[in-house]
Structure formats: C-alpha cells, structure tokens
Design a protein. Structure first.
Length: 202
C-alpha cells in the first residue's frame, strides 16, 4: 500500500493523506472523499510518515495516467499559498483552468454478492430503494430527502462493506472564457511613441 499527500480545494492549510495500491505521480488529479463530499485533489507527493493509529481513506479514482500539472506549476502554487496565506489546494484551484475540476456523475445498484447485515437506519433506507439496476444517485438522494452529508456517509459505508456498487463517470466541463485581442490599424503617419509603445508596435 502506498500513501499520498493530497492538496484539496478547501480552506485548510494541511495536506491530507490518502492511500492507494497504484503508483501515482505528483501533479496528477485524483478523486477523494472529504467530509462526505467528493473533491478533485492534486497529488503532492508520496509519503512514508504514516500514523498506524489512523485509518486512512482510499483514493476513489485516479483521473490522470500522467501528471497534468508540471513540477514548475506545483512550486508556483506552493509559493502563492505561502505568500497569500491560503491553502495549497486553493492556490492550485485558482491558477488552473476550470476544466481541471471534475464533475462527477454517479449511479448505484445492489452488489451481486451482498450480505445485508448492518444497523444504520439511513443505510437501510438506501438499500430498500435499490435493486440490480443502476439508479442515479442525485435522484435517489432527492427521493429519500436525507441530509447530503448523512446520505453520502451511508453510501460510503455500504460501498466499503460490498453491499452496493457505485459507478462513477467523469465529466470535464470547460467554461467559456473571454479573451481580449489587439488589432493593429493601418495608418500612414506613425506618431511619436514611447520606448514600450515602439516595442509593441514593432
């Protein structure tokens, strides 16, 4: 098992540690769960400083086969976080295109080999609504009218217990951006320009 420090786009300065059996390069995006909410995190580095008393969460999905963020950008994000006193994840999120943030579409169904042996009442409500067909998780959450954090926690517990299967589909949405351009007009007589204006004109 390998352990990685992950930068999350939240207002917490520390890096959180998640585990995975895979080799993941720094600068790669991963999907993790934090406070019952899913986040696109950036792998900062592998770490050997593990507390045996802590039960580390697993990385849910590795989004990138190769790092999307260069070492230079990682170091720039580190400088920004120190200079502006913000978290490393926030500085990375601010300096990267919106396409780097993953929108997650999820579906759920009962697992084939399931043992329905649990006491959590929310989990029981969830299982009661499921069958062997994939269902949209947002619609299921709306139908059950369960607090999102409680609902997500129940799903995580059920998935870890092998009672349900969750299908995750990534959707990278690129927002339109406005770019400003300068067009050089055709003029017969060029007025006297400053040094910087002359450099731009040439």
């Amino acid at each position: 098992m390998k352990y990685y420090q992950i930068a999350l786009p939240i207002n917490v300065t520390k890096l959180y540690i998640y585990k995975s059996e895979e080799d993941i390069m720094p600068g790669s995006r991963v999907l993790v769960s934090f406070n019952n909410t899913f986040h696109t995190g950036i792998v900062w580095q592998e770490t050997k400083e593990i507390d045996e008393k802590i039960k580390y969460k697993a990385i849910l999905e590795i989004i990138d086969d190769k790092p999307k963020i260069s070492e230079e950008l990682l170091q720039l994000a580190l400088w920004i976080s120190k200079y502006y006193h913000c978290s490393l994840g926030q500085s990375l999120s601010a300096m990267l295109p919106s396409a780097f943030n993953i929108q997650l579409q999820r579906k759920v169904k009962l697992a084939d080999n399931r043992t329905l042996n649990f006491e959590d009442e929310t989990a029981k409500k969830v299982v009661k609504e499921l069958n062997d067909e994939w269902q949209d998780i947002p619609k299921l959450k709306e139908k059950l009218k369960i607090k999102p954090s409680v609902f997500n926690s129940a799903l995580e517990e059920l998935e870890n217990s092998g009672i349900i299967e969750i299908q995750r589909v990534f959707d990278e949405k690129i927002k339109k951006k406005i770019a400003n351009f300068i067009k050089l007009s055709q003029i017969e007589i060029v007025p006297k320009l400053t040094a910087k204006q002359s450099e731009a004109y040439d």
